[in-house]
Design a protein around this ligand. Structure first.
Ligand code: 13P
Length: 262
């Protein structure tokens, strides 16, 4: 079995001014002591990217954006291209977050265009998938997730462009209601089977799948202990240094087997 390095990313959504972002990164840096056992990614809004990139330049933390446009440049008022993100030292970009799908009408086809542009620009995409509560209650979770993955990742080569996936059940986002570790593991395992159908087994085994949806210090350890949960995409708990640091430490402790950095 492949060893996949855990990855914890903070999705700050539409929160934090530039000065608040700098302050938060300062606290995270002090709390983490440059933890290298886990990949740590901070995803501020566009306006915070420059300050956060500069602040993490002397650490192993990386910076990600929350969205991008698929075109390289041109008359697309209000949009940001992959090259512009690279220019600000972004390494990652979140694509197809459920909030973008729900409030901004992003479809799998749009996600696919953005994904291809991100890969071409050498950004590491984090593609989000997940079902609504209604879909779960109707037992459609696997169908929904499979179709989101197959349609969002269509047309990539056999290594799937180094993509990362995030399983974020919509009913667990910002609700305080987390999927149980078993529920999340079941879907992550299924996602890996879907990937096996699309790529060679080595690739499917090496793709990291993050869980997102009310991840907190109190539930992170158990989630990270599941065989196919390779990290977290954290919303609310990433807005506060202490809780974010504790989530990263929970992942690091699984690697080292002992408490880190406290
Ligand atoms: P919460 O952690 O606030 O539930 O948000 C999850 C999320 O949407 C991360 O992308």
């Amino acid at each position: 079995m492949k060893i996949r390095k855990k990855i914890v990313a903070g999705n700050w959504k539409m929160n934090k001014s530039v000065s608040e972002a700098s302050e938060l990164v300062g606290h995270i840096k002090r709390g983490l002591h440059d933890c290298r056992e886990v990949d740590v990614v901070l995803c501020p809004p566009f306006t915070g990217l420059a300050a956060v990139s500069e602040a993490v330049a002397d650490t192993s933390m990386k910076v990600g954006a929350q969205n991008m446009h698929w075109e390289k440049d041109g008359a697309y008022t209000g949009e940001i291209s992959a090259a512009m993100l690279r220019d600000l030292y972004c390494r990652y970009v979140i694509l197809g977050h459920s909030e973008r799908r729900t409030y901004f009408g992003e479809t799998d086809q749009v996600v696919n265009r953005k994904l291809k542009a991100a890969i071409e620009a050498n950004l590491i995409p984090i593609v989000c998938v997940g079902e609504t509560l209604e879909q779960r209650d109707e037992d459609k979770t696997k169908d929904v997730v499979q179709s989101q993955i197959e349609n969002s990742l269509v047309g990539l080569d056999k290594n799937l462009g180094g993509v990362l996936l995030a399983y974020e059940p919509i009913w667990a986002i910002g609700t305080g209601r987390t999927a149980t570790p078993d529920q999340a593991q079941e879907v992550h395992d299924f996602i890996r089977k879907v990937l096996t159908g699309m790529a060679d087994k080595d690739t499917a085994d090496s793709i990291r799948i993050q869980y997102g949806g009310s991840v907190k210090p109190g539930n992170a350890r158990e989630l990270f202990g599941q065989p196919d949960i390779d990290g977290a995409l954290v919303g609310g708990a990433a807005l506060e240094a202490r809780s974010f640091v504790e989530i990263v430490q929970a992942a690091a402790e699984l690697v080292t087997g002992q408490p880190t950095g406290r």
